[in-house]
Design a binder for this molecule. Structure first.
Ligand SMILES: [Zn+2]
Length: 167
């Protein structure tokens, strides 16, 4: 039996809990979270989120890729979010991965994708780069509340990568 079979069976037993009748698709707290797909990041308790509060966009690394920007653009322009929180973490699978080896493996399978893996050597630098890209992305009409955090799965600590300007 695959996970998919188990998942479908389980969902059938708890439709009442999964239903959200009347809950708006517009995030209640007007925030979108861009985070790494890492299994150890449990965003809802980490950030104090409830269902209906936020858009959650996850990818390998939590990087501000073209597709992350697509989703954030839809989040802001169609569904009213005005704030972005980016969550990266220590011990990421992309940390010190080999961009070249990954591209070579794809090429060996005859694939030349337009995207890059996004491997990085320094998580803070990678996060600052993502924040800079988001702040320069006019796809996002609201860019004055974009913050970046780094999670340590070993200790549970969540730290901001740079202090916001005093407001
Ligand atoms: Zn990661």
């Amino acid at each position: 039996m695959t996970n998919a079979d188990d998942m479908l069976s389980l969902a059938a037993t708890r439709a009442g809990r999964l239903a959200a009748p009347g809950l708006s698709a517009r995030p209640r707290r007007r925030v979108a979270v861009l985070a790494c797909m890492d299994t150890r990041i449990d965003l809802f308790p980490m950030l104090g989120l409830e269902r209906g509060d936020a858009h959650i966009i996850r990818n390998a690394g939590g990087l501000a890729t073209d597709d992350a920007i697509r989703s954030l653009s839809a989040s802001q322009r169609l569904l009213g979010t005005e704030e972005v929180v980016v969550v990266m973490h220590h011990d990421c699978g992309l940390h010190r991965a080999s961009e070249d080896a990954f591209a070579q493996a794809l090429a060996a399978d005859g694939v030349l994708p337009t995207w890059r893996l996004g491997a990085f050597d320094d998580v803070e630098e990678a996060l600052r780069h993502s924040l800079a890209r988001l702040r320069a992305s006019r796809e996002l009409p609201v860019r004055d509340h974009i913050r970046g955090f780094i999670f340590d799965p070993e200790t549970g600590a969540l730290a901001e990568v740079e202090k916001p300007r005093s407001r």
